[in-house]
Design a protein around this ligand. Structure first.
Ligand code: ADP
Ligand code: MG
Length: 714
């Protein structure tokens, strides 16, 4: 540290010593464009090459342990070297014999004849690499080790070594850019540039954090004695500091976004509306306390003169639909329209029928919009929507198309948000002038992850199920237990109950799977001749799907064989059995969603998981968790633990931000702390205009301005 450091870390990478235009292209491939990017290019693992062994000991221990897989490091003097040419392929091999007083070892490098000018006799050298045994001579040698020449006169210090004799960082590299080159350039950048401290002083003091310059240096070149395990798990203090910084930047961005939205003008609804009272009088049930509480939170938001941005989380079957209906009634009562976006046609139709049965009694015009509709029908719906005659419109992606215009959209509801990308959120919002937005999800993603994905939203949670529900009895039946499943099904059918049989549909083999679903339906019809079996899958026409669903709802169809089109939202409380074929192919949250189709009444329900043949370890874990718990939040946590955050819903689509150092699972506590600090900072200094926040603001803008669609923050 100290004098002479350069501060301009925004400088283009190509001007850095040892880079130049050609290499810069390779760096660009790794996402490195500036010196700052380079310095923040974190090693993905470390190797302990500091453990120098006398050559004799190394050779002896090799013969006892036969250890091919761990890195060995030796230090010695080159006693001889030569180039040999392989007889058949004519490849050149450079060989050097190194001795350290205890013994000798040969190192071999293929196709690197130029080394004869670098690794000359009598040079002191450190070698790090794997041992191999020659096929013919049976002698041990080091295979293409990384080397470092030690200039004993000018650099006697410990830290002088970069590639050997220490804990060495390993980076993701690309063709044409070796570990060694990358390491050298990073080392030289760290020696030339000083990383400015962007965290405010009070934060550094509060957590006793190391300064960023020190942390960054330690991350790349850890000092002697650092715990290698901790390094590789990303749990050293410098790692924690950088994770904190990364989270803080993200959360500061989200906090600013949230503040910006609360400043936009929106519709101040009058929430004491008579329609809600009327709905209460015709609802066949009493709301749960959770539903009541959540409706009040939503009403409060809707009354504000700023747009609502609220996420409603609640486990499958907790009754989110009726909450959305209440919110939509507020909009309608105020002379506005409301729209509800859902992921599947089956669900659109179901919501429509369900909601319409209430709306008709309240004299409110509603409609459904689906891609599969006849064009004449569609046209008439669109006309009445844009004329403002239809007050509540429910629909699939079709809602987002250009032809859909509202007369006065006041509220947009998005159901099963996890099935959509982030962009759709904006898509529906743009159909009105700053309408209120209510987003509903049952995934339910763990709270901590929700923070980073939906960090700019307010969150409401329904944390109880309507009274009288009993947990679904879940059993994993393997091998030939289909009989047992059918027995349970038979017993329930006898009682007048209904059953689902679900088939997975894997894209690559869609045709094959479809065929097995069709065959399954036929076979079941034969096995259960007294009952009617129906079939439902995504390839069917809208009208056909509707007919089958309506038949199932009326209890004309008793057994519904289906692909995952029934995964979300479908609500037929009389069904008490869910059989899932090839349950091992489903993800955990998907299984939980499917299971949510039963257990909707007060009677005992069953979820029977069938598997054929081999089930992977992860598969076993998933099925075991399903047997163990009915709680969606618990399942979401387990799912996250098995799959890791990146894969939760296909990262990009769900808008989970990309993080360099931090890991949402490992660093939950750090995320929580950073979020709290971020919101505190923004509440005191909403636009980060205080001098002490200047660098924080610049860093946040560089990283998140575009990605969070923050627009211009003034
Ligand atoms: P989800 O939250 O999964 O969307 P739904 O809104 O589909 O759940 O509700 C599940 C079922 O519970 C529906 O049949 C609904 O009519 C019923 N329901 C909702 N709220 C209550 C309540 N307070 N008491 C009893 N049944 C309810
Ligand atoms: Mg629902």
């Amino acid at each position: 540290m100290g004098m002479g450091f350069q501060m301009d870390i925004q400088k283009d990478i190509q001007y850095l010593k040892g880079v130049g235009p050609a290499r810069a292209k390779l760096f660009n491939k790794l996402g490195i464009h500036t010196v700052e990017d380079l310095i923040n290019y974190i090693p993905f693992r470390y190797e302990d090459r500091g453990n120098l062994k006398p050559i004799k000991e190394l050779l002896q221990s090799w013969f006892t342990l036969q250890d091919y897989t761990s890195f060995k490091t030796v230090q010695g003097k080159i006693v001889s070297s030569r180039i040999i040419i392989t007889p058949r392929q004519g490849r050149k091999i450079f060989e050097a014999v190194v001795g350290d007083g205890s013994g000798y070892i040969t190192a071999k490098w293929f196709n690197q004849a130029y080394l004869k000018d670098v690794l000359k006799k009598d040079r002191d050298i450190v070698l790090s690499g794997y041992l191999k045994r020659d096929n013919y001579s049976h002698e041990l040698y080091m295979d293409g080790p990384e080397y470092e020449i030690i200039d004993t006169e000018s650099m006697p210090e410990d830290d002088a070594l970069i590639h050997t004799g220490r804990i060495v960082p390993i980076y993701r590299v690309t063709n044409g850019l070796s570990q060694k080159v990358l390491r050298n350039i990073i080392k030289s950048a760290l020696e030339t540039y000083s990383v400015p401290e962007i965290l405010p002083e009070d934060i550094i003091k509060k957590y006793h954090l190391p300064f960023s310059n020190i942390a960054i240096n330690q991350i790349h070149f850890p000092s002697k004695g650092t715990d290698i395990e901790k390094l590789n798990r990303g749990e050293t203090v410098p790692h924690k500091r950088l994770s904190f910084e990364e989270f803080l930047l993200l959360e500061v961005g989200l906090a600013m976004k949230k503040t910006a939205v609360t400043k936009e003008s929106g519709i101040p609804f009058n929430v004491n509306c008579s329609l809600i009272d009327k709905l209460f009088s015709i609802l066949p049930f009493k709301l749960t306390n959770s539903q009541d509480r959540v409706i009040n939170e939503i009403k409060k938001d809707m009354a504000m003169p700023h747009p609502m941005n609220r996420l409603l989380q609640g486990d499958v079957g907790c009754g989110k639909t009726v909450v959305a209906l209440m919110a939509m009634l507020v909009a309608v009562d105020n002379g506005y329209q409301a729209a509800m976006l859902v992921p599947t046609e089956v669900l659109a139709e179901q919501h429509y029928r369900n909601i319409k049965s209430y709306l008709d009694k309240l004299n409110i015009a509603s409609a459904v919009l689906k891609s599969g509709m006849k064009s004449k029908e569609k046209k008439s719906v669109l006309e009445s929507v844009s004329a403002g005659e239809i007050k509540i419109l429910i629909g699939t992606h079709a809602l987002l198309e250009g032809g859909v215009t509202f007369n006065r959209l006041g509220l947009a509801v998005i159901d099963e948000q996890h099935k959509f990308g982030v962009l759709q959120r904006a898509g529906l919002k743009n159909k009105g002038y700053n309408p209120d937005v209510l987003i509903m999800t049952a995934t339910p993603i763990p709270r901590t992850l929700a923070m980073s994905v939906y960090g700019d939203l307010d969150v409401s949670v329904i944390d109880e199920l309507p009274p009288g529900r009993t947990p679904v009895v879940t059993r994993w039946l393997y091998g030939n237990s289909r009989k047992e499943a059918y027995y349970i099904m038979q017993e329930e059918l006898k009682k007048g109950r209904q059953a689902y049989v679900v088939y997975p549909l894997v894209e690559e083999s869609e045709k094959v799977d479809l065929k097995s679903a069709v065959e399954m339906a036929e076979r079941l019809q034969k096995s259960f001749p007294d009952y009617k079996t129906g079939l439902l899958h995504g390839r069917m026409k809208s009208a056909e799907k509707e007919e089958v669903m309506a038949g199932f709802k009326r209890n004309d169809i008793h057994i519904l064989v289906s692909t995952t089109v029934i995964e979300v939202g479908v609500d037929v409380p009389n069904s008490t059995v869910m059989v899932i074929e090839h349950a091992e192919r489903f993800g955990l949250s998907q299984l939980h969603q499917l299971r949510g189709r039963v257990g909707r009444g007060s009677d005992k329900s069953y979820c029977l998981l069938l598997t054929d043949g081999f089930v992977t370890d992860d598969g076993r874990k998933r099925l075991g968790i399903m047997e163990k718990t009915n709680n969606g939040f618990e399942i979401a946590e387990e799912d996250l633990a098995i799959r890791g955050p990146g894969e939760l819903f296909g990262t990009r689509q769900a808008g989970i931000p990309e993080l360099r150092v931090a890991n949402i699972i490992r660093d939950v506590k750090i995320l929580e702390a950073a979020r709290k600090d971020a919101f505190e900072i923004i509440s005191k200094d909403p636009s980060l205009s205080l001098p002490k926040h200047k660098l924080l603001r610049h860093a946040m803008e560089r990283k998140w301005l575009n990605k969070l669609e923050l627009g211009t923050i003034s």
